[in-house]
Design a protein around this ligand. Structure first.
Ligand SMILES: [Zn+2]
Length: 388
């Protein structure tokens, strides 16, 4: 009798230890904080809930960095991390946050648009939680998140997700996808309220240009592409032409009218902003890619993608080559230059919406790498150091 009890107690004890270790890992991912040493031109840092109370105190409330030149001109809302498992978009936003110099107009920057989705990884994908970039002052760890809001924050998913207000039927999990819930609604699900808060910022700040950064798999036809609401078609086509002539190949498409819930459809329809989404090539999320490692995330070199490229199955432009891969600096550099080109084109099409701004571009990252433009939090001015 006594040995039976002893064995049961030991088993219970082992189970508790395993549960504790597992829970601790999940807790750490959820509470990880990224440092940002904001540029000297930062005017103000507010929370998104300042534009819509309905997300205050929730896991989707997220910092907004405002760079205001004080001189009348255009305004831009710039989003990273709509889908945190596309981290090139967030790294671009961190580089921008730490380096923006603005002399005309205003920029509103949200590095992690869906912070709830950033607090977990995608089930069943088996990828690392973090990746690291190395520079002259040391190494910096970046978290990779998931695509959709965390189910701890929004649950359960419905059998069919009916988009508001179009009533189009979408996949159940897309009810937690920020880029399927625009324009959002104030009394909706948490992700719909997040979309509503972003749309409210666009309306209240009279945003002229809305740029939503993403990364796509190489087998997705819309990779290396701008997708623009029809109102932004002119500036986007010109920007793609200029980039392709001067920096790197870039395609441009117009948002289909019957694809609902996306930023480039709904924010364009429900506000006055010119809305553009951009995709870079992220080998990490292709289903045919091999082992999901930090190296694959940072360098983007994969032999299976090379095979797919040889069979003509990839859409990325320029063509995939394993010698070069798709390194993080390349993807971030593309987003930076592609955003700058949109700003320039908006200024030449609409002179009253001109923004004069400076931040690192593709050629700078090609020469110096990403870490050259990110600062050491340990030696930073504490007034400009933020953790989010
Ligand atoms: Zn995306």
């Amino acid at each position: 009798m006594k040995t039976v009890y002893l064995r049961r107690i030991i088993i219970l004890f082992i189970v508790l230890i395993i549960a504790f270790l597992g829970a601790r890992e999940l807790w750490e991912i959820r509470h990880f904080k990224q440092s940002i040493v904001a540029s000297e031109d930062l005017t103000k840092r507010v929370m998104l809930s300042d534009y819509f109370e309905g997300i205050k105190g929730t896991w989707v409330d997220t910092p907004v960095y405002i760079f205001d030149s004080g001189k009348a001109g255009g305004s831009m809302l710039w989003l990273g991390g709509t889908h945190p498992y596309e981290p090139g978009s967030m790294v671009t936003a961190y580089v921008a946050a730490e380096n923006i110099k603005i002399s005309k107009g205003k920029i509103f920057l949200i590095p992690v648009a869906n912070r709830s989705a950033w607090t977990m990884g995608d089930y069943g994908m088996g990828y690392p939680k973090y990746f690291t970039l190395k520079g002259s002052w040391g190494a910096k760890k970046f978290k990779i998140g998931a695509r959709n809001s965390n189910q701890l924050d929004q649950w359960p998913d419905p059998f069919t997700y009916i988009h508001y207000p179009s009533r189009q039927k979408l996949a159940p999990q897309d009810i937690r996808n920020l880029n399927r819930t625009y324009p959002g609604r104030p009394d909706g699900t948490l992700t719909e309220r997040l979309a509503y808060a972003i749309t409210e910022l666009v309306r209240k700040e009279n945003i002229d240009l809305f740029v939503d950064m993403h990364e796509a798999s190489l087998m997705y036809p819309v990779v290396s592409t701008y997708v623009a609401h029809q109102n932004a078609e002119d500036i986007t086509m010109m920007a793609a032409m200029m980039l392709s002539a001067e920096q790197f190949p870039m395609k441009s498409e117009v948002s289909p009218k019957n694809l609902r819930g996306l930023s480039h459809r709904e924010v364009g329809d429900f506000t006055d902003a010119l809305v553009v989404l951009m995709e870079t090539a992220e080998p990490f999320i292709d289903r045919v890619a091999g082992k999901m490692t930090e190296e694959l995330m940072v360098e983007g070199k994969d032999e299976f993608l090379q095979r797919a490229a040889e069979k003509g199955l990839l859409y990325c432009d320029p063509e995939y080559d394993i010698e070069f891969g798709r390194p993080m600096w390349y993807r971030v550099g593309r987003h930076l230059s592609a955003t700058m080109e949109l700003i320039k084109q908006m200024g030449s099409f609409y002179p009253d919406k001109e923004i004069e701004v400076d931040f690192p571009l593709f050629k700078d990252l090609e020469k110096n790498g990403i870490m050259h433009y990110l600062h050491n939090p340990e030696t930073a001015d504490p007034n400009r150091l933020f953790y989010q």
